[in-house]
Design a protein around this ligand. Structure first.
Ligand SMILES: Nc1ncnc2c1ncn2[C@@H]1O[C@H](COP(=O)(O)OP(=O)(O)OP(=O)(O)O)[C@@H](O)[C@H]1O
Length: 264
């Protein structure tokens, strides 16, 4: 299938600031995400990544341009509307508490997800917990009884349970121990693709993103300044901002000697 699952066309999202000012947080962004592809969205704090993700979920007013998901335009939907189409998008946040209910057991929350599209696949609560390397008895416990890394894996299992077409990770590894970041990012990629979803993976960490993405979009001040395959962006970045990001990766001794790309 070569059609886009998600398509952004010259998208602009603006905020009215106190007084009469306007901030253009997303400034003319266009890209396509194909089925079963992973797009890494990278950029410094405040460049508009989360605003873009929220707009894709129908949670931000679109000033101009458009977003098409599964062939349906996503317009300003407001916080209270939750059309079926948007249930096909699941988000995993930096803080796993943002996507988990502290008062429901882990098992019940994963079950809630499984009920959304029961026909989609054959995931079970125990099977999903096993996928994220947690024992089946974790189902009987509450989110606060787990470590931050475990909670994030529970949030991933819950998101996957509902069989999304698009999994969005909004800095899902930022609060994790450095030793866990690549592992959790890899887990998200594997589970998303195994369940037939695409993934938009947002991070400021280009080094981790390149290990899991098929394509990378680099954002700066609301605009996408670079878009290409991991290979293209890694080997021959065209934008000076991307070049600076690459040069800032630790253990990189100049752009000519970047660490090798991961093996398939
Ligand atoms: N509700 C809001 N009202 C006004 N300005 C906002 C609002 N939300 C975000 N902004 C501003 O929009 C810009 C983009 O913010 P956004 O959170 O999308 O950036 P980001 O790239 O996700 O940053 P971070 O990596 O720190 O989360 C910032 O200047 C931010 O201050």
């Amino acid at each position: 299938m070569s059609e886009s699952l998600l398509s952004l066309d010259d998208l602009r999202v603006q905020y009215k600031l106190p007084g009469r000012g306007i901030l253009t947080a997303v400034d003319g962004v266009s890209f396509d995400l194909k089925p079963k592809q992973v797009l890494g969205l990278v950029g410094e704090s405040g460049c508009g990544k989360s605003t873009l993700a929220r707009a894709v979920c129908g949670l931000e007013p679109i000033h101009s341009g458009g977003i098409t998901f599964n062939g349906t335009p996503i317009r300003t939907l407001g916080m209270r509307t939750r059309p079926a189409e948007l249930l096909r998008i699941q988000m995993v946040f930096q803080n796993p508490y943002a996507s988990l209910n502290p008062r429901r057991t882990v098992g019940k929350q994963i079950e809630d997800g499984l009920r959304i599209h029961p026909q989609r696949d054959s995931w079970s609560v125990a099977g999903l917990l096993e996928e994220v390397e947690l024992p089946a008895e974790a189902a009987n416990r509450f989110p606060h009884q787990f470590s931050g890394g475990q909670r994030q894996r529970i949030a991933i299992a819950r998101a996957i349970a509902s069989g999304p077409d698009l999994l969005i990770g909004d800095e899902p590894i930022a609060s994790l121990d450095a030793s866990l970041q690549a592992k959790v990012a890899g887990l998200m990629r594997r589970l998303a693709l195994e369940s037939g979803a695409s993934m938009l993976f947002i991070s400021h960490d280009l080094a981790v993103v390149r290990t899991i993405a098929d394509e990378i979009a680099v954002m700066s001040k609301g605009k996408v300044v670079e878009l290409g395959t991991v290979e293209q962006v890694w080997r021959s970045p065209r934008d000076p901002y991307t070049q600076r990001l690459l040069a800032a990766i630790p253990a990189v001794d100049g752009l000519g000697t970047l660490p090798g790309l991961p093996e398939d």
